[in-house]
Every structure is written in C-alpha cells, then in structure tokens.
Design a protein around this ligand. Structure first.
Ligand SMILES: NC(=O)c1ccc[n+]([C@@H]2O[C@H](COP(=O)([O-])OP(=O)(O)OC[C@H]3O[C@@H](n4cnc5c(N)ncnc54)[C@H](OP(=O)(O)O)[C@@H]3O)[C@@H](O)[C@H]2O)c1
Length: 297
C-alpha cells in the first residue's frame, strides 16, 4: 500500500456524527479526503455534504494516514479489523493514527489496529447530535472526552482536532471511561426520561402530550438554566428542598395511576434528590421523613 499524506484524514461511518465531524473539520481546514460507510448510498450522500469522495473501506489505506471511526458502537472493533485487513498498518516512515468517537467503548476497541503499530484513542464529543446539520452547529465549542491508548500520537492528534473546533479537552483515564460516559447519559438521555415521565403524568391528568410539552418548556428551560448557572444546591426548589414529606406522599398517591416504572423513577430520583437537600443542611429529622415517604416505610 502506498503511503498517503501524513495529514490526510478519512472518516468511516456516514451517520449523524461522522458526517457532521467530517464537514466541520473540512470547513476548518483539516485535510479530510474521503468517507466510507456500510451503505454506499449513505456514504455518497455524506461525501456530498462534506465535500469529499465516497470510498470503500479497502481504499482508505492508500488515501489516508488518519482515520476517524464513527460507526455504531458494536461495529467499531470489526471495522478496525477490516481496516487492518485492508493494509492500514503503521510503518517506520508512515505513522498512522485511528480514533473512534464512542463514549461507551474505550480505545481498546481499536486493538486490531494498535497491534500493528497504529496509535489509537477514543475522542467523544460531549454533545447530542440528532442530525448532521445540528452537529455542524453544535460541535464547535463543545467539550470532548479523550481517552488514549498505549501511544501518545493519537491523543496529540485528537487534541489538535479539539483546538480546531474551539472545544475543551477532558482527559479521562481508561479505567474511568465508562464512569465518564454514565455522566453523559445522566446529563443528556435521562433529561429526556424525566420529561417523558412528566408528560405521562400530565397526560393522565388530562393534558395531551403536545400541550404538555409546550407547558413544560418554560419551567424546564428555567430549571436547566438555574442549575447550570447556580449549581444544583442553590437551584433546587420544591418539596424535597422544603422538607415537605406530605407532598411526596400525595404525589405518589397521584402516580398510582401511572406506570410502575414511572413510580419507581419518582422514588429513586427522589431519594437521590435528598442528597442535595442534605448538602443544603436540611434538618436530619425532615430528611428521614422524606426518605420514609419515598421508601413507603
Ligand atoms: N449522535 C450523537 O449524539 C453521538 C454523540 C457522541 C458520540 N456518538 C458516537 O458516534 C458514533 C456514531 O454515532 P451516530 O449517532 O453518528 O450513529 P448513526 O447516525 O447511527 O451512524 C452510524 C453509522 O455507522 C455506519 N456503520 C455501521 N456499521 C458499519 C460497518 N460495519 N462498517 C461501516 N459503517 C458502519 C452506519 O452506516 P450506514 O448508514 O452506511 O448503514 C451509519 O452511517 C457512535 O459510536 C456513537 O456512540 C454519537
């Protein structure tokens, strides 16, 4: 396999993130040259969006020294194997690097490549990207989790990418990567869950979901803004902040009409919310009453 330019980047995975990342990197002057995917039609569409050529994975070793793998988490290891099989290996005069963008898998997922001398790392945007277009808007300025493999070159490259995107780097040790990702799940995915549970309760109370969503917008936006500005301790209001166990009992009575999961979430999240009240110095007697109400003791 001939040696391509050491700066040439190929993307694998024409999904939401791979397409957005390819486009912003290219717009900001990175040497993105090609994109590959499982489905050639999707690769074609993403290539057009980014402004590069669509290719088969087999062509990548001849075109790029650097690869960003942005495929479904379960496919990362097999794509790494495929890339190695195609000849993506490091030589003394031809260093190669590979990143994947998953927060739920560590750099060891790229083992097939690392074994042949390719420097590897996981570079995870701490962002939610529902479409390539939204990704182009919100990737710049994001924070990025970065977890290196055995050699430093890929971490160095990933750091350059973060700088190019005006981002901020969060270095995470491999043994803490799963913990870091759990934090991201709480901060993003579980916010949706909280609102979905709220919509369920409102719907049973006779407020249709679309109206419920509109009704929640001001309170949810203000709550998020408050916690981001003031921190959870200062931002918390409501029955647990006040030490009002009777309201919790009444809420749980009302929720008897809701799903079992929603009732369980109310209790579990309530118990975790008591930790905030404890930090705020709520009276220990009131804390115990709140706990008893949520545990049905
Ligand atoms: N979206 C986000 O908010 C976000 C945020 C942070 C990190 N991530 C991470 O970024 C990665 C991609 O996520 P995404 O949201 O962009 O997913 P996505 O929109 O579902 O796209 C995944 C892409 O991977 C391709 N793919 C799957 N298996 C493949 C294989 N064996 N060979 C080649 N291509 C394959 C699919 O190809 P085809 O379309 O061609 O079938 C698809 O285009 C994941 O690791 C995810 O955890 C995503």
């Amino acid at each position: 396999v001939p040696s391509p330019s050491t700066s040439a980047i190929a993307i694998i995975g024409a999904g939401r993130l791979g397409t957005a990342l390819g486009r912003v990197l290219r717009d900001r002057g990175a040497n993105v040259v090609a994109i590959a995917s499982r489905n050639p039609e999707y690769a074609q569409r993403a290539a057009q969006f980014i402004g590069v050529q669509p290719v088969n994975i087999e062509r990548i070793p001849a075109l790029a020294s650097r690869v960003i793998i942005s495929v479904n988490d379960d496919a990362i290891a097999s794509v790494a194997g495929q890339l190695r099989g195609a000849g993506f290996v490091s030589g003394p005069d031809a260093p190669r690097m590979a990143l994947h963008t998953s927060g739920s898998r560590g750099p060891e997922e790229l083992f097939a490549l690392a074994e042949t001398g390719v420097s590897t790392a996981a570079l995870h945007p701490l962002q939610t990207i529902p479409s390539p277009e939204r990704g182009v808007e919100c990737l710049p300025g994001s924070f990025f989790g970065l977890c290196g493999g055995a050699t430093p070159e890929a971490v160095q490259w990933a750091s350059e990418i973060i700088v190019l995107l005006n981002g901020t780097k969060l270095i995470v040790q491999p043994e803490h990567w799963a913990l870091y990702h759990a934090g991201a799940v709480f901060a993003s995915n579980y916010l949706m869950t909280m609102l979905d549970a709220a919509l369920e309760a409102l719907e049973i109370a006779g407020i249709p979901r679309d109206q419920g969503l509109a009704a929640l917008a001001p309170i949810s936006r203000a709550s998020l803004e408050n916690v981001l500005r003031l921190g959870p301790d200062a931002a918390l209001t409501g029955p647990i902040a006040r030490g009002d166990h009777r309201t919790l009992e009444r809420n749980l009575d009302g929720l008897a009409k809701a799903s079992a999961q929603t009732q369980a979430v109310y209790r579990a999240v309530g118990l975790r919310t008591i930790e905030i009240a404890r930090r705020r110095g709520l009276d220990p007697h009131l804390l115990r009453q709140l706990e008893r109400a949520l545990k049905d003791e």
